[in-house]
Design a protein. Structure first.
Length: 273
């Protein structure tokens, strides 16, 4: 079998002090191992047809460390990371790991086989549900004109401004609208951001491109695995950040947890697949 070497995202430099602070911040005294884990991502070209009939082409990246069948539609969408496409990548042998990373246990997660047609169906089902829910909320605005400004204000980040729109007698209406609209808007934002699109996809097609590996610092505790992105982010002050969504998915999904545990228990690190 011919072995192929994939590109790897270049990790940011990290000092011993930064490593100690990250460990203390996310795990306190509960950690028992810190590892460097390379996680495989599949670059995907996407073609979507919106509910309005327009066509949109874009790119995204999917975490392929996990088989897609272990996640439902609301979880599988959270494994997409289009922002990783912008990161600097090199062949592994050109990346020089410095202290303290080069002294950490270094592992590479296996690539899982993924059914992209099945993923597309899950996402289209979720997208249709959210789209129809938002349409229903729009009809409520027409039925109850006095709360139309409420829907518009929910696009704003200020909860105080939202609260000031209501009198005590309409609190129940406010609570119901707030909950429904907030849930629908949250899912709407997640779908658009993870697929890197502007509108909801009614139809969705993925085309596989190149695979790359992204580095995570894994802080292992007795109860969880904490994923910390090893590429610094930030507009003004760049820093290392955890991936709370990935942390939660691995914690709540038994098979995903087992996959991470197996990856970290490998005895050898091999840059070839």
């Amino acid at each position: 079998m011919v072995c192929r070497m994939y590109h790897h995202t270049v990790p940011s430099s990290i000092t011993k002090k930064e490593l100690a602070k990250l460990t203390q911040k996310f795990a306190g005294k509960e950690y028992h191992q810190i590892s460097l884990l390379w996680v495989p991502y599949q670059t995907l070209e996407c073609t979507i047809q919106t509910f309005e009939g327009t066509i949109e082409n874009t790119k995204t990246a999917l975490n392929i460390m996990f088989p897609d069948e272990i996640f439902d539609e609301k979880s599988i969408i959270l494994l997409f990371r289009p922002n990783l496409l912008k990161m600097k990548k090199e062949k592994y042998e050109l990346i020089k790991l410095e202290e303290p990373l080069k002294y950490l246990p270094e592992r590479k997660a296996e690539i899982c086989e993924v059914n992209y047609k099945r993923i597309s169906k899950k996402i289209m089902s979720l997208s249709k549900s959210v789209y129809e829910n938002l349409r229903n909320l729009e009809s409520m605005v027409i039925k109850y004109p006095n709360i139309s400004n409420t829907i518009l204000r929910l696009w704003l980040p200020s909860a105080d401004e939202f609260d000031r729109l209501f009198v005590e007698g309409s609190r129940n209406v406010k609570n119901n609208i707030e909950k429904e609209f907030a849930n629908a808007m949250a899912l709407s934002t997640v779908i658009k951001m993870t697929l890197n699109v502007k509108k909801f996809p009614e139809e969705l097609e993925f085309r596989e491109k190149e695979i790359f590996y992204h580095p995570y610092l894994i802080i292992s505790t007795e109860k969880a695995f904490i994923f910390v992105d090893l590429v610094k982010r930030g507009m003004l002050s760049k820093r290392f950040t955890e991936d709370p969504i990935l942390n939660r998915l691995v914690k709540e999904n038994k098979r995903a947890n087992e996959i991470v545990r197996r990856a970290l228990s490998q005895e050898e690190f091999n840059t070839y697949v």
